[in-house]
Structure formats: structure tokens, C-alpha cells
Design a protein around this ligand. Structure first.
Ligand code: ADP
Ligand code: ZN
Length: 603
């Protein structure tokens, strides 16, 4: 018992275990099997790293993410842990070296790719080695249901059959019921105790803005909230990724594109840049993300509507792995609906799949249009009973007011009817606000009864009204033509005045929403000391060829920034500072903090 706390404090520099960590760690130390479902950023690695260090022998970690292994090993080396890896990136010579160290008991945690593990040579090595435990990371890769299926993972049951007495832990962040069953049966873990955590990511703030001028909105968001931080911007198409990255570069941001159309080499280069640099932005299609372990991604911005809440949750989940406040920002407008509906109808999928896709899309719309707590909507969608309000999402911080949209809806619908259900939203709005455009003249729409009846609202307000009517299924978009709007059966009761409709009042999201209720740590500071701490971390990282967050997590830097330790004892108190990092970096950071303080006093 004491041993596990000892390791937690002296090696990792943390005071307490979080969530299920304590129970999982002691369960494994006692030699039992475990299945762990924890959301990203909740701290899965400690669950096997600490038992590996407490138990005798080497902890063997199987991970499919070869690109990540080196970073994981580097992070452990920084902590003074004897860690190593075996995968296809090593030369024969390097493999020999590691194998010898394993045999001599000189490695405490060993990362192995599944391909390598299954080689007779590797299994042979393991039978001659004392093993503390097996950890199977990203365990959902065994399941053919998921999108990350790895055939080699299906053979990992060999571990339980060849090493029945070694404790085994399978971990994942994404597993619905069928996948969970698959993992347990495929890996032979029927006796494993299950530790299932809530899917909630309490440090992520969800925020949806009405799409207006999306690039400018993004630029404004970055400038006001994250001028010096790293993040991911998702777009639907490769073309838009390229254009957005170029545009951001022109605006002075360190932004790079990432999509399946780029060469492997270029993709790797951009990914590396993103991981190693501080304030870098990656603009990507959904191809980007799996295997991104960068812990200090401070924001994930969606310029296009994701196709499902599953996608949305996975993508936004890449923010704030370090537990520090992070933001999921989505800009959403009528144009997104049109594009996605078009994609749906052009898709080659059969009717059944199309229906599923449509329902998923509707859930995304529901999330965007909701006046309730967004966290509640999300978690309920994933089958969790979460009692909001969270007090942290945009809707909680700035409650949405609704207005009686009956008359406006009638105008909007009858304008569609009067112009023959053949026109797109732009033209309909021109007619409503009484704008004489060439198209209005061509079709003589200045003479229809709805011409100019909507002058009390701006074009933008009409756009929002139409969007909400589409989201409420009162209007459909005819995507075979030019996105013309059509009435549905549901629009009749409104037109006849038998039914009212509450519309949300769009208010510009102001920055004051930011820190009303902080989760855990304070949000990242932006002053000179912060910049200096980050610069120091970056320089140290560059010297050693490791990502900055391997030196210290943002949360650790933020605590230094807040507490300004002046002695090694004070420095050791900072969460994330264990003995190894205290020795390596304590003095340098203390000096930097004192120097900054002196400058401040002098100024
Ligand atoms: P996951 O693999 O579940 O996404 P990680 O293992 O990478 O999460 O941990 C996420 C972050 O939380 C890391 O920065 C890690 O150092 C930190 N962390 C984990 N456990 C604790 C703890 N008990 N106290 C403080 N920080 C922790
Ligand atoms: Zn909320």
C-alpha cells in the first residue's frame, strides 16, 4: 500500500490518485486482472505504470501506436524510470541491446508493438523474463466493430494462455457495449474486474457559435482566447483544410495542414511540428488524431459540422488531456446542413445506412440547437445519466433566451410557398427583407405578398430563423437541385397558426463566459512569466529532442506560475515534480522565476 503512494509521490510528483486509479493500481499489485474504461486524459497510464514499478519484474505494455511509443518512453525516462521499447523502428543492434537489458532485469517498463510481441523470438524472451504485468493499451483495437481494428490484437489472448498467472490489464477510452464484450472475450479476460468511469471530460468547455464569417470568427477566437497555445482546427474537406491553413498562415499563425491527400512524409513532418512546438495549430480532416498524445492541446475548433456526435466527442476529446481547461469551439450554420445533407444523399450507402447516418446528423443538430446544458445532451446521448447543468458550457454560462417565433416562422414558411418552393435561402431572405436583386427582378418576386414583410429582422436573423426551422424539420432542403427549401407536413400547423414555436435568441458569445466556474486548475495564464516558463521548457525539450510536455505538463507550469517557488523544497511541492525532475530542472526554473520577479519589482 505504502509502496504505491511512494511511487506516486517520489517518481510522478502527484499527491493523490484520481478516480478509479487507486483501486485499479492496488488490484493489479495484488496480481488480479482488470478491464479499464476511462475517458482520455483521466490518467490511464498511471494505472499500469505504478504497478509495473511496484511489482517485481518488467511491466510489458502493448500499444499499436508506434509513433507514440518513443514519446511515452521519453516521458518515463524524464521521470527517472528505466523504460524501453521494442518495435519495427529499431535496428537489429538496438533490439539486441534492449533484449539484453530485459534479461538482466534492467528495464522496468517495456513498450512493445503487437506485431513484435507475437514474434516467437519475443515470446521466447518473455518466457525467460520475470514479468510484472501485461498492459494492453487501446484495447478497442481487438474489436472488428470499431474503426481502429488491428488484426494482431485478436491474437493477444495468447498472453492469458501462455502466462496465466501474470496480471493483465486492458485499457480503452472508447468502448460501447459490444466492443467491451469483444475486448473481454478476445483477450480471455472473463475474470477481470471492470472499472468503468464516466465519459465526462469536466475540463472541456463546449461552445457553439452561430456561423457568420467563420474564418474571421476563428481568428477572433484565437486572438482573444488562445494567442499562444496549441490546438486543432477540423474541416470536412481537404480543400478547405488547405485553404484554411494558408489563410491562418497569412494572418501570422503557425498553422499547418493535415489530410489523407498529403504524402506520408509531409504528414509526419506536420504532425511532428505540431507535437514539438508550443503555439502551433494543425488544420485537419478527421484523418488527424488517432495517436496524438500531445497533452496540451488547448482548443479544438470545428469549422464544419461533424457527421455524428461520436465523431465530435472523439475529436473534441483530443483537447485538454492534461486536465487543464480546454475549449471545444464549433461554428455552425445553415450552410453546414446543406453540405451534409448533400453528402448524405450522394453517399453510396444503402437505405438502412443512410437512415442511421441521418439520425446521427439529427443528433448533432439537436446538440447545436439545444437550449439545455450541452454536457448533459452529450452524455445522455452516450447513454450516461448525467444531471446537469454543468455550469461550464456556453449554454450554462450564458443561458439561452427563446422568443415566440410564431409570426416569424409563418413569414419564413409562406415566403417559401409564395415563391414556389424553388429557391435557396439567400433569395428567400432577399425577398423577405425587400431587397431588389437581379434574381428578384427576373422572377418578379417584388410583387409576391411576402416581399418586404420581414424588414424588422436582419438578413442574419433570418438566416438563423431558417436554420432553426430546418433543424426542427419544418423545412427540408432539396439537395438534388440548388439547395432550395421546401415545406414539410410539419410546417402546416404553423402556417395555419395552430402551433407556436420557440426560437433561440442568438447572442454573440462574449469572453466573459470564460472562467465563471473553473474546473481543477486555473486557466492558462498569458503574461510574461508564463511566456518565459514556456520558452524555457521549449528550449530544454529541443536540447533533448523530446516534446515540451514531456519535460513538464501545462498544469505543472501553471502551478509554478501561481506559486512562484523560490527554493528546491517549495519546488518539490509542485504537482508533477518528482525527484528526477526536481534534480534535473529545479534550479533552472527557480532561477528563471526569481529573475522574472526581480524584473517586475524593478520595473
Ligand atoms: P489517458 O491515457 O487516460 O488519456 P494520461 O495517462 O495521459 O491519460 O494522463 C493524463 C494527464 O493526467 C497526464 O498529464 C498525467 O500526468 C495526469 N495525471 C494522471 N494521474 C494523475 C494524478 N493522480 N494526479 C495528477 N495528475 C495526474
Ligand atoms: Zn452545461
Amino acid at each position: 500500500m505504502n509502496a504505491m503512494y511512494d511511487v506516486l509521490r517520489t517518481i510522478f510528483g502527484y499527491d493523490e490518485f484520481r478516480g478509479h486509479q487507486h483501486d485499479i493500481v492496488s488490484h493489479l499489485i495484488q496480481g488480479q486482472d482488470a478491464f479499464v474504461l476511462m475517458p482520455t486524459g483521466a490518467g490511464k497510464s498511471l494505472c499500469y505504470q505504478i504497478p509495473s514499478l511496484v511489482r517485481k519484474g518488467v511491466g510489458v505494455v502493448i500499444s499499436p501506436l508506434i509513433a507514440l511509443m518513443q514519446d511515452q518512453v521519453d516521458a518515463l525516462l524524464q521521470l527517472g524510470v528505466k523504460a524501453g521499447l521494442l518495435n519495427s523502428t529499431l535496428s537489429a543492434n538496438e533490439v539486441n541491446k534492449i533484449e539484453n537489458r530485459v534479461l538482466q532485469g534492467d528495464i522496468d517498463i517495456l513498450y512493445i508493438s503487437p506485431e513484435r510481441l507475437l514474434m516467437p523470438r519475443c515470446l521466447d524472451l518473455l518466457t525467460h523474463t520475470e514479468i510484472a504485468l501485461f498492459a494492453i493499451d487501446e484495447a478497442h483495437c481487438v474489436s472488428q466493430w470499431g474503426h481502429d481494428f488491428r488484426p494482431e490484437y485478436m491474437q493477444l489472448s495468447i498472453l492469458k494462455s501462455q502466462f496465466p498467472h501474470i496480471p493483465c490489464i486492458a485499457l480503452t477510452a472508447t468502448a460501447d457495449e459490444p466492443t467491451r464484450r469483444d475486448i473481454i472475450s478476445q483477450l480471455g479476460l472473463a475474470n477481470a474486474k471492470q472499472f468503468v468511469s464516466s465519459f465526462d471530460r469536466p475540463n472541456i468547455q463546449y461552445c457553439v457559435v452561430e456561423k457568420n464569417n467563420p474564418r474571421e470568427q476563428l481568428h477572433h477566437f484565437l486572438t482573444t482566447e488562445y494567442p499562444q497555445e496549441a490546438g486543432i482546427v477540423y474541416c470536412l474537406s481537404r480543400k478547405k483544410v488547405e485553404e484554411t491553413a494558408t489563410w491562418l498562415q497569412e494572418k501570422g499563425w503557425d498553422a499547418l495542414p493535415y489530410h489523407a491527400g498529403l504524402s506520408n512524409q509531409l504528414r509526419l513532418k506536420h504532425q511532428q511540428h505540431f507535437i514539438r512546438e508550443e503555439a502551433s495549430i494543425i488544420v485537419a480532416t478527421i484523418a488527424f488524431g488517432m495517436g496524438i498524445d500531445k497533452s496540451n492541446v488547448r482548443f479544438v475548433a470545428h469549422l464544419d459540422l461533424p457527421k455524428s456526435l461520436e465523431n465530435y466527442y472523439q475529436e473534441t476529446g483530443r483537447a485538454g488531456r492534461d486536465g487543464m481547461p480546454a475549449k471545444a469551439w464549433l461554428s455552425y450554420g445553415l450552410s453546414d446542413l446543406i453540405t451534409l445533407q448533400q453528402m448524405l444523399s450522394n453517399s453510396q450507402a444503402d437505405e438502412k445506412h443512410k437512415r442511421i447516418e441521418r439520425r446521427k446528423l439529427e443528433a448533432v443538430l439537436g446538440f447545436c440547437e439545444t437550449t439545455l446544458c450541452r454536457r448533459e445532451v452529450l452524455l445522455n446521448y452516450f447513454g450516461e445519466t448525467y444531471q446537469g447543468p454543468c455550469g461550464y458550457c456556453d449554454n450554462c454560462l450564458q443561458p439561452v433566451t427563446t422568443w415566440d417565433g410564431k409570426i416569424a416562422a409563418q413569414m419564413a414558411l409562406s415566403c417559401i410557398y409564395r415563391t414556389g418552393q424553388r429557391f435557396g435561402v439567400k433569395h428567400l431572405i432577399d425577398v423577405l427583407i425587400g431587397k431588389v436583386t437581379p434574381q428578384v427582378e427576373r422572377f418578379k418576386h417584388q410583387h409576391v405578398s411576402t416581399f418586404g414583410i420581414g424588414k424588422d429582422y436582419t438578413a442574419q436573423q433570418w438566416s438563423s430563423i431558417y436554420r432553426q426551422l430546418v433543424a426542427a424539420n419544418l423545412i427540408t432542403i432539396d439537395i438534388s437541385g440548388f439547395g432550395s427549401l421546401r415545406l414539410t407536413e410539419k410546417s402546416l400547423p404553423i402556417l395555419r397558426g395552430e402551433q407556436t414555436i420557440a426560437l433561440r435568441k442568438e447572442t454573440p458569445k462574449t469572453k466573459k463566459t470564460k472562467n465563471k466556474r473553473e474546473k481543477g486548475n486555473a486557466s492558462t495564464p498569458t503574461d510574461k512569466l508564463w511566456a518565459a516558463l514556456k520558452a524555457k521548457r521549449l528550449a530544454l525539450a529541443k536540447d533533448q529532442g523530446v516534446p515540451p510536455y514531456v519535460i513538464f505538463h501545462d498544469s505543472t507550469l501553471a502551478e509554478m506560475h501561481a506559486k512562484k517557488p523560490k527554493t528546491l523544497d517549495e519546488f518539490a511541492e509542485i504537482s508533477g515534480v518528482g525527484e528526477s525532475k526536481l534534480q534535473r530542472y529545479g534550479r533552472e526554473f527557480i532561477e528563471l522565476i526569481c529573475q522574472q520577479q526581480a524584473e517586475l519589482n524593478f520595473a
